[in-house]
Design a protein around this ligand. Structure first.
Ligand SMILES: [Zn+2]
Length: 1008
């Protein structure tokens, strides 16, 4: 093997890689629409509002010179004036001698008094707040804290207060109207602490590593109820006389991090489940009308099943973790994330928990199911063992995202989560992780709250989950599970680093003999390091010699803009492959491990036959082949598609589209390979294809060739749409209905007559029959297309439906389609309602609603732009709390279709530079992105058109001479060597991307 390697390396000096055209050296293929609608590159959006550049990240960290052990916290929530105050007593000790200062966190709290005591005797001190670092420094007037092995305990008592916040962090206000918009508003006080907002509710050691126990007392109005992580032990009269108030006393919590605490004070009802001894086990809480309508039943039933299944899986029963914990699932109207895994008080947006069979579509049903799975998995992964610092957040979120899919799949296979992991996690993550600035799973330079927030990315969640899945297949499910049990057992009630995980897995693997076949040098620890400490991922270039069966495999870092990354990065890659001779896609145990940049693998057969690497896409890498082998694969896809696993068909669709986009493959070749789609009927390849086609349609929207491209998409989808039809059938599978709900909107948008007629037919039935309801999975495209073709009166009809509807799933769906109206008056009514504080549309939904207004129709973009110009102050005020003025303008700039529109946009921004303030650069970069898109199309359109015009080319006329597997081919395959390193751009775009970890991460993605 060494000799062959030498030959290849020698050849490297003389030969070029078998790509038939020059790779570009400087360009971007990332444009505004994908950042916004695909929500993929959320961590690349430079918000230009970063603070703390001049402060070293480590300065934000608390010193470890003192440690809290337990807290007593009394919170008095004044619902009548939407404020709170409280007293916290922190029992702490010094961890070393000569400590003269205690530093804890506080942020935007009014600190009334600070007392330090030991053995009930006050110790003189002074305190100072350090705003930039969120520190409360308590300095001893004389001497130092006593220190001994016996942990001498001090009490730090702080009295504090604040208003209930507006921004959905810390302890904040929410509201609901029980039935509909004619009822009075009832306020709710509730919390969201992750990552660094516990310090906004009470002074505390607000880092995950400072775990402690908490004794909570909540003083609230008598008409309200209150909840926290643990069971309520009693309700009592307030310790000071105060009319119409009571105090709820809660059992002490397990040892836990502050960000996992939660409080909810609301005029809510609940449905509970008790054990035989009458102790509370599980409950769902929500506004009374939702409970009355039984909208909580699905969360009640399915959540308990998930909790049981997960308890069995990890071998630690949730109810045995701590006798004081119970499981409360809370529906909250205003919530910044999708949901939050507070230990024992899980909080969800209402649309992600409440279910009504008549109004909750498949999309929301599966969201409820898998968000519950995600949060329930956190009870162990995140809560019982917690990432030691936010730079290793993937140890929490990777597992939660993994179980989000697979725990749900074990409990309800019909929801198709094993299939959808491929589209929604593997493909989406590969994309997010394909830029030079992609952060490694274990990041560096994380200190400030802004930097901590910047870790909540697609990479942290999706790459974490994808690497965990790859490892599961590397070790086998049972061995992997045993390793996780070791991990949880050894670190429970503690924090974790990646080494704790990989050591536990290594132990289980060695005990079971699960890695013997990978050779004596293989170690799970070294394998994990290559995936967790390096950004990006490899593309394997596979060159097959069909005469000998030898395959030369070259690994390079993939780059979506220019093909390959700059650095010579190697990963330890588990390899699986199937061949025409041995088309077994089910055994996903790797047969080879690649560690070097160039490796030779024997296929085990000779003669012309396809080989496909990465069975079921269990490995986290892309695969490119020599042209000859691609032709063999293309022929197999055309003639005998189903012999290749559904996930691998999706893999091929995703890989070739991204190779073409990045310049590694001509579009003509990519589309030739993809032409099997005209016979494809499965979910995973089609959803993968439609995602890529949507990206291409957005590019071609500015050209006269859009119609040609859409004709191809319509042609290829003719069979699948004929199979699905536009009419839901009684008793059809969840996935069939779900696939239709994703494809039909695209068909209608491409003006497919059957789709539009079906939409208008359904809408007429709805309008003309008071009791009729459109099938729940058809409403997204029926409502939207009825509005597109309809009148202002049709808009008014759906607007009223929004205002009066009592199921939040239906309301949010309506918000996402109301912008489909092309009527200027209706759009202005809609945008007025969004930007005015009128208790009609929630702040958390402003972006959904406004994006709908901008993008509901091609003509809307300029109408919405005019609206922003006319109402700049209103729009600014509306978006300032949750995002910035740049957000609505980014929706506009992502849809600028010509140089003229771009120039006009830029001129307006220049004219209003003062008003746009710190957002000016970001707004202008949206216009640059639109121009980059036009330039990309100019460069690529001939290649795409070549296929659109000459698509009749037979695949066999390219390079493949024969499909027989028994005879040795006489065709000489291309010589493959390591692909050349392109010169990387030194453009403004790259500079902006490299700021990723310092950028304020506005969570476009709804994370949970
Ligand atoms: Zn999570």
């Amino acid at each position: 093997m060494g000799a062959i390697k030498l030959l290849i390396l020698t050849a490297l000096c003389y030969t070029t890689y078998a790509v038939h055209f020059e790779l570009p050296t400087s360009r971007t293929t990332i444009f505004g629409d994908e950042m916004l609608e695909g929500e993929i590159f959320e961590d690349l959006i430079n918000r230009n509002t970063i603070t703390g550049f001049n402060i070293n990240p480590s300065e934000y960290r608390l010193p470890r010179t003192t440690r809290p052990v337990e807290y007593d916290l009394l919170l008095h929530v004044h619902m009548e004036r939407l404020a709170f105050n409280g007293t916290v007593t922190i029992y702490l000790h010094a961890t070393q001698p000569n400590v003269s200062e205690i530093i804890i966190h506080t942020d935007e709290l009014w600190i009334e008094s600070v007392i330090l005591k030991k053995d009930n005797v006050s110790i003189p001190q002074s305190f100072v707040e350090e705003e930039e670092l969120d520190f409360l420094r308590v300095q001893l007037t004389n001497g130092t804290l006593e220190y001994s092995d016996e942990d001498i305990m001090y009490e730090l008592i702080v009295n504090f207060g604040a208003e209930l916040r507006h921004d959905m962090t810390g302890l904040y206000r929410s509201w609901f109207r029980n039935e509909n918009y004619t009822e009075p508003v009832s306020y709710v006080a509730t919390t969201h602490f992750q990552a660094t907002a516990a310090r906004r509710a009470f002074p505390c050691y607000d880092e995950p590593g400072f775990k402690a126990k908490f004794n909570i007392v909540i003083r609230r109005p008598s008409s309200y109820r209150s909840w926290t992580c643990t069971k309520q032990s009693s309700t009592r009269e307030p310790s000071i006389p105060i009319a119409n108030y009571e105090e709820d006393v809660f059992a002490v919590t397990p040892v836990m991090s502050t960000y996992l605490l939660a409080f909810t004070i609301a005029e809510y009802n609940s449905t509970e489940v008790y054990d035989d001894d009458g102790r509370l086990l599980y409950e769902v809480i929500a506004r009374p009308a939702a409970i009355r309508d039984n909208q909580q039943q699905y969360a009640l039933d399915f959540g308990q099943k998930l909790l049981r299944r997960m308890s069995d899986h990890v071998g630690i029963d949730f109810y045995d973790i701590d006798k004081n914990l119970k499981m409360t699932q809370a529906s909250i109207s205003d919530f910044a994330a999708g949901a939050m895994e507070n230990w024992g008080l899980l909080i969800y947006r209402e649309a992600y928990l409440m279910y009504n069979a008549n109004h909750t579509n498949s999309n929301y049903k599966q969201l409820i199911a898998y968000i519950m799975s995600h949060e329930i998995a956190h009870m162990w992964f995140g809560n019982l063992v917690t990432c030691d610092w936010w730079n290793d957040l993937w140890l929490n979120e990777g597992f939660a995202r993994y179980y989000q899919y697979f725990l749900t799949d074990w409990e309800d296979h019909e929801l198709g989560f094993d299939q959808r992991f491929i589209n929604e996690q593997v493909h989406a993550t590969l994309l997010a992780d394909s830029v030079e600035s992609a952060h490694p799973l274990t990041a560096s330079g994380i200190g400030s709250p802004t930097q901590a927030r910047s870790m909540f990315t697609t990479i942290t969640y999706g790459k974490g989950a994808t690497i965990i899945r790859m490892t599961e297949h590397l070790l086998g499910f049972d061995v992997h599970t045993q390793g996780l049990k070791y991990y949880l057992d050894s670190r429970q009630f503690n924090t974790v680093l990646p080494i704790h995980l990989s050591e536990a897995l290594q132990r289980a693997a060695v005990e079971a003999g699960a890695i013997v076949e990978y050779g004596p040098d293989f170690s799970v620890i070294e394998y994990y390091k290559t995936w967790s400490t390096q950004g990006g991922h490899p593309v394997l270039n596979v060159q097959v010699n069909h005469q000998t069966g030898q395959m030369i495999v070259v690994q390079r870092r993939f780059n979506i803009n220019v093909g390959y990354g700059t650095a010579s990065t190697n990963w330890i890659i588990p390899i699986t492959f199937a061949t025409a001779d041995d088309p077994d896609f089910n055994n996903t145990k790797p047969t080879h491990i690649i560690t070097d940049s160039i490796t030779v693998i024997d296929r085990g057969s000779i003669g012309d036959q396809w080989v496909i690497f990465n069975k079921q896409q269990t490995g986290y890498y892309r695969v490119n082949y020599d042209n000859y082998t691609w032709d063999l694969i293309a022929i197999a896809l055309k003639t005998n598609r189903t012999i290749i696993h559904e996930y691998n068909r999706a893999q091929i669709v995703n890989d070739v589209f991204q190779f073409a986009r990045s310049g590694l493959m001509e579009y003509k070749r990519a589309l030739n390979i993809l032409s099997f789609l005209e016979n494809e009927t499965e979910y995973t390849p089609w959803v993968t294809a439609m995602t890529a086609f949507t990206w291409l349609r957005n590019r071609f929207a500015s050209t006269p060739y859009l119609a040609d491209l859409e004709r191809l998409i319509i042609d290829w989808s003719r069979n699948i749409m004929a199979d699905l039809t536009y009419d839901p059938q009684d008793g059809e599978s969840f996935m069939r209905s779900y696939l239709r709900s994703q494809l039909a909107p695209i068909m209608c948008a491409m003006n497919v007559t059957e789709c539009q007629e079906a939409a208008i037919g359904e809408f007429n039935l709805l309008r003309n029959n008071e009791t009729y309801e459109v099938p729940v999975d058809s409403r997204n495209w029926v409502y939207c297309n009825a509005l597109r073709k309809g009148s202002e009166d049709d808009f008014e009809y759906l607007w009223q439906r929004y205002k009066s509807h009592h199921v939040y799933n239906e309301k949010i769906l309506l918000l996402s389609v109301l912008g489909c109206t092309p009527h200027r008056n209706s759009l202005y009514t809609y945008m007025d309602a969004i930007v005015t504080e009128n208790y009609l549309i929630r702040r958390q939904d402003y972006t959904t609603a406004f994006n709908s207004a901008v993008s509901g129709n091609e003509v809307n973009t300029q109408i919405a732009f005019q609206y922003i110009k006319d109402n700049l102050t209103l729009v600014d005020n509306a978006f300032v709390v949750r995002s910035t003025l740049a957000t609505p303008l980014s929706y506009v700039s992502a849809r600028l279709r010509s140089e003229e529109e771009i120039n006009e946009f830029e001129q307006w921004a220049r004219d209003n530079r003062v008003a746009l303030g710190v957002h000016y650069n970001e707004i202008m970069s949206g216009a640059t992105s639109a121009r980059n898109s036009l330039n990309w199309v100019l460069a690529a359109q001939d290649d795409v058109l070549d296929y659109l015009i000459n698509k009749g080319d037979d695949i066999t006329t390219t390079t493949a001479a024969s499909t027989t597997t028994s005879t040795v081919s006489t065709v000489t395959a291309d010589i493959v060597v390591a692909p050349p390193t392109p010169e990387l751009p030194d453009s403004a775009v790259t500079t902006a991307l490299s700021l990723v970890l310092l950028t304020l991460s506005f969570c476009v993605n709804v994370m949970f």
